[in-house]
Design a protein around this ligand. Sequence first.
Ligand SMILES: O=P(O)(O)OC[C@H]1O[C@H](OP(=O)(O)OP(=O)(O)O)[C@H](O)[C@@H]1O
Ligand SMILES: [Mg+2]
Length: 166
Amino acid sequence: MSLPEKAFPVSWDQFHRDARALSWRLSGANKGQWKAIVCITRGGLVPAAIIARELGIRVIETVCVASYHDYTSQGQLQVLKEITPALLADDGAGVLIIDDLTDTGKTAGIVRAMMPKAHFATVYAKPKGRPLVDTFVTEVSQDTWIYFPWDMGFTYQKPIADDHAG
Ligand SMILES: O=P(O)(O)OC[C@H]1O[C@H](OP(=O)(O)OP(=O)(O)O)[C@H](O)[C@@H]1O
Ligand SMILES: [Mg+2]
């Protein structure tokens, strides 16, 4: 397991703000008219709930993809549940695909291929995945790991001075 060099921790408050910022951007795309959200589980579930609330979208579908089995190392991508055929019609035109982030772009690539005309949005993006998303809020470098609030808990932090003590 190789740990990315930099850490980008995100609090619930920050995530809510960033997901709202994404909603604002999406309200200006496709005239704000979306047939449905397809969220990529599990990470896409949280932003999908916030965006659905902001944009008044009531039809929420999932596509279940798993890849990072061992913390930061990506394994074989597995599609555990496909999208309902009703939304695949017309190549997914008018459908909003939501995920928490795009990293290598592999997950985005697989889901995009299922619905080439859908609009793909993530809250965060790294450079490799960025060309695969239509809308995102914040870009972080490829050597940064994003720590989401649902993966974290409060822990004791050593004072900075302790690192300098002999
Ligand atoms: O751009 P990629 O390199 O494909 O990585 C991005 C994907 O990885 C994470 O999901 P993960 O497969 O870890 O599952 P999870 O959402 O259930 O945590 C994240 O939520 C994205 O879906
Ligand atoms: Mg995911």
